[in-house]
Every structure is written in structure tokens, then in C-alpha cells.
Design a protein around this ligand. Structure first.
Ligand code: 13P
Ligand code: SF4
Length: 351
């Protein structure tokens, strides 16, 4: 194992040699030692915007997870090569909906309602194939930072929405917009053909895919009750991937970028219990010693796949680039990119 000090020096040296030809993007859930090397950091929306705006670079090293690197590949110019330092950095939620299941759902829904009445909306935490599906069917991509705005647009187009893969973001957003729970139905792709068809589908406004984030589902309403019971001044700040029972009890709900900005704008002495990935909350604690910041859950809620990106992988990807070798390139095929971009561009235009 190479000592961390050496790795830092090697990455620093490689970074210098690569200059402006390389852009390193980092998601807020990355570990401190990795995010330190990011030229730009953000939530999924900001990182998409940054990728779309990138002009000068030839390569992007994406310190995040697979769907983010795929999105960056679709949004950057054809000759920009996007690298994911560790191919095992996936997203378990994105894996909960594959294109065959979504096509089957669409077909099955078509037997009960007119699919020209449904706008498909995919959370950005999804494969490129699902973004292309949305592009083909007049749909759109959303992130945790713009879900309400995007859903408002979707309802402006058609009277129903199929939202995948995160049921919680879909439910929390639609509920905040006034859609009653009785008009939302969870679509379970594991049920046999017809299994979801319980006569309720025609009465449904929002079809929610049965997906979730393994990290955010660990936050529970009783964690909030515990903090509030201990200190009534404690403010609860959570990510919208948390279950409805958690979001309903929170004071502020927002994307990782919003969580960061909210804490940054708060006065000294503010008290927070934050429900999102552990590395981000720990960084906020370090950056804001003037405030009291707690992690909302007594459990370790850490994104194991974000954690895959580490200094050895980053060093390996960068040193290969110095030698002119592109490792772990993420490349979405032309047809998928063309259709996926329709849905991504709609989102960017709305944001
Ligand atoms: P943000 O877009 O809020 O950063 O969320 C990404 C994500 O994967 C949260 O689990
Ligand atoms: Fe996916 Fe959850 Fe990790 Fe975000 S925190 S990348 S949704 S598994």
C-alpha cells in the first residue's frame, strides 16, 4: 500500500502536468482527501451544469458515481473523455430500475390509461438508457435541487407522471405540490404482469417506482423526535431522498448544495441535526465550528459506492492520463446520448 503522503504528492504532480486539459469534478459526498483535488464541486444539478459549460478541457475525471459520469459524458462535447476512477462506484438506487422493466411498466400502464397522458420523469440517479426513454416519450430528468420545478412542468404537459426510480423524492415533491397521497401509487417492477393493475391505476396521478436510497432510508422519524425532545431549538435539515415520515417532520428539505448553503448562511450558535450522507455532515462540522451540527441517525449512514473513489484510484487515473492512457472511460453510445440529451436539456432549461 502506497503511503497517503506519497499519493498526495503524486496526484499533485500529475495534476500540474495535465493543466487545463483536465477538469476534476467532485460530488459533495466524496471523502475529504478526494474532494480536496476537485477543481469544482457540487450537487447533481450543479455538476451537470458545470459539465455542460465545460469548454477548454479534453478530459473530465469524475469523483462521484457512475450515473453522474454518464450524465457528464452526455453533456460534454463529443471529444471530451470522461473517467470514473473506480468502475465499482455505482448507485444502488439507480440499479433499481432498468430499461426493460421501465418499458414493461409503460406497456402495462398503456393497457389501463392512455400513455400520451403520462409524462415520464427520471431522477438523475438513473442509467443513461432511462434518460433516453424520457427523451423519446416527451419526458424530462430532475434532480433533488429542481424536482418541484420539473414536476410542475411535467404536469403542465400531461395530467399524469411516471416518476422513477426514487419513490421518496417523487412522493415528497408531489405531496409538497398538493397531490394527495390517494392519487399516488407505487409501481412494483418485481410483481408479475398485471400485478400492479388493481383497478387503481386509472385513478392515479403519480406512478412512483419502487426504488429508494439505501443511505437515506436509514433516517427515521424517531431520530428527529429524539433530537427535538432533547433540545427544542434544534433545526432538522434533511435530503428529499428520506422517507416521507422523516421529511414531514423536518424544518428544511434540500439537495446537498442547499444543505451546505443553508448551514453556511446560518448565524453562529445555530443547531442542526442533518439527515444526509455522513462524509458531507462531518465536513460541515469541521467547516462550521461556530455552530452545533449533529448527524441525524445513530447509525453510520455512508454511501459505500461514493466511498469507492479514493486516492489510489485517483492517482492511477491521473498518472495514466499523463502517459496518454485513458482508463475507466465512461462512454454513452450516440443514440442513447441523442435521446437522453432531449430530457437533460429540458431539465437544464427549467433550472
Ligand atoms: P444531490 O443532487 O442532492 O447532491 O444528491 C445526489 C445523491 O445521490 C443523493 O443521494
Ligand atoms: Fe445512490 Fe444513495 Fe449513494 Fe446517492 S447516497 S449515490 S442515491 S446510493
Amino acid at each position: 500500500r502506497v503511503p497517503e503522503g506519497d499519493l498526495r504528492e503524486r496526484i499533485g504532480a500529475a495534476r500540474e502536468r495535465l493543466g487545463d486539459s483536465l477538469l476534476v469534478l467532485g460530488h459533495h459526498y466524496q471523502k475529504d482527501e478526494v474532494i480536496e483535488f476537485a477543481d469544482l464541486r457540487g450537487d447533481s444539478l450543479k455538476l451537470s451544469q458545470l459539465a455542460a459549460e465545460s469548454r477548454a478541457c479534453r478530459h473530465v475525471i469524475f469523483c462521484g458515481v457512475h450515473f453522474m459520469a454518464e450524465t457528464a459524458d452526455m453533456l460534454t462535447a463529443d471529444d471530451v473523455e470522461v473517467i470514473l476512477p473506480d468502475m465499482a462506484a455505482g448507485c444502488s438506487m439507480a440499479d433499481m430500475a432498468d430499461i426493460d422493466q421501465v418499458e414493461a411498466c409503460w406497456e402495462e400502464l398503456g393497457e389501463v390509461v392512455d400513455t400520451s397522458e403520462i409524462t415520464p420523469v427520471t431522477y438523475i440517479n438513473s442509467t443513461a438508457a432511462l434518460k433516453a426513454f424520457c427523451g423519446r416519450h416527451g419526458g424530462v430528468v430532475c434532480t433533488s435541487g429542481n424536482a418541484e420545478r420539473v414536476l410542475r412542468w411535467a404536469f403542465g404537459q400531461r395530467k399524469r407522471v411516471l416518476f422513477f426510480p426514487d419513490q421518496h423524492l417523487g412522493r415528497n415533491t408531489a405531496k409538497a405540490m398538493g397531490v394527495p397521497l390517494s392519487r399516488m401509487k407505487v409501481w412494483d417492477p418485481a410483481l408479475p404482469l398485471g400485478g400492479n393493475n388493481e383497478g387503481e391505476l386509472a385513478e392515479t396521478t403519480v406512478y412512483l417506482w419502487k426504488g429508494w436510497c439505501s443511505v437515506h432510508q436509514m433516517f427515521k422519524p424517531e431520530h428527529i423526535d429524539l433530537f427535538r425532545g432533547r433540545d427544542p431549538e434544534m433545526k432538522i435539515l434533511v435530503h428529499p431522498e428520506c422517507p416521507m415520515e422523516v421529511v414531514d417532520r423536518a424544518d428544511i428539505i434540500g439537495s446537498t448544495e442547499r444543505i451546505i448553503n443553508t448551514v453556511a448562511a446560518a448565524p453562529a450558535g445555530s443547531k442542526w441535526a442533518i439527515g444526509t450522507e455522513l462524509h458531507l455532515v462531518n465536513r460541515l462540522k469541521q467547516e462550521h465550528p461556530e455552530q452545533t451540527i449533529h448527524f441525524l441517525s445513530p447509525m453510520v449512514c455512508m454511501c459505500a459506492t461514493m466511498y469507492r473513489i479514493d486516492l489510489p484510484h485517483l492517482c492511477w487515473a491521473m498518472e495514466n492520463l499523463v502517459d496518454g492512457v485513458v482508463v475507466n472511460r465512461i462512454k454513452v453510445d450516440g443514440e442513447t446520448t441523442e435521446k437522453g440529451l432531449l430530457a437533460l436539456q429540458r431539465m437544464l432549461d427549467l433550472s
